[in-house]
Design a protein around this ligand. Sequence first.
Ligand SMILES: [Zn+2]
Ligand SMILES: [Zn+2]
Length: 306
Amino acid sequence: MVGDEAVSDSRYKAFGPKVWKSVYSQANSLLEEAAVTLAPFGGLTANAVAHLRSDWIEWGDEFVKIRVPKQADCNQWKMVGGDSLVSERGRPCRYCKNTGATDGFENLWRDGSGPHRYVATLHRDIAEPAVDVLERVFSVLARSGMYATPASVGEAPRRLLPDCESKYVYPKLLRTGVSLYCYYGLETEDIVDLSPYVKDTVVEIIRATPEVTQKKHNSYSYLRALAEREPASAQELASELGVTPDPVRGTLNRLKNSNRVEVDKTEQPYKWSIIGDWTAPFVCDTCGYQSPTLQGIGSHKRAHDE
Ligand SMILES: [Zn+2]
Ligand SMILES: [Zn+2]
């Protein structure tokens, strides 16, 4: 499969947040941007990115979801030079023709388990780079699809890395979602929800990527630190907690979604404050269960869904 080659050594290695940021900042074509954002944040294969269509996307206020079907038609159009020129395709792309049981798109994953549905969830704050690309393709350019070939999506990010790193770039980008979500302070269980990997794989990726260390703080330590110095910026809180500002912003946004903190955007940098009693537990609205942390109530609520 394009971009999904099995890698024998360092099978689980992902790019660390620094390398990813450098790759992302160099991306300057639609395909490069789509590959370096939708692979990590959405866990989309090069095949799914290439055949992505507007009717797979659900635009929510907090999340954007991509519902990748088991099967679909191949692209009706293809890009011809530049980001905005397209012409009619006429026949299925080589990838659709040569893989799976049909001449159309089939969502296959490397484990050989056959075509399956997949839902990618993009958090508007944390996965903003991926949401930006989707908005450009489907709102600004008003296209009905990505109209790319899986090979061109798989190849696109290769140029952005030095030669020694340019092998297996796409599978590494797929695993990099784990590294980025980890950097943003998400717990393993949350990362499993947002990635195409099972828990054991997520754990292996974290272990194989030394640039990533999982958070040492939880929502309780964030709220306590904020209570001591509110109103405070993410930067101030980060130096208080001894971490980098990006993951702090991620956690503050999640606390805001739970109505535990509020943000004043009238001045730069934004100032964050506590709402109510910072020591109050997080409560499950289904059964009343209480947990002292956002992470704790998150795993509890997931148990209801199972
Ligand atoms: Zn195709
Ligand atoms: Zn409950």
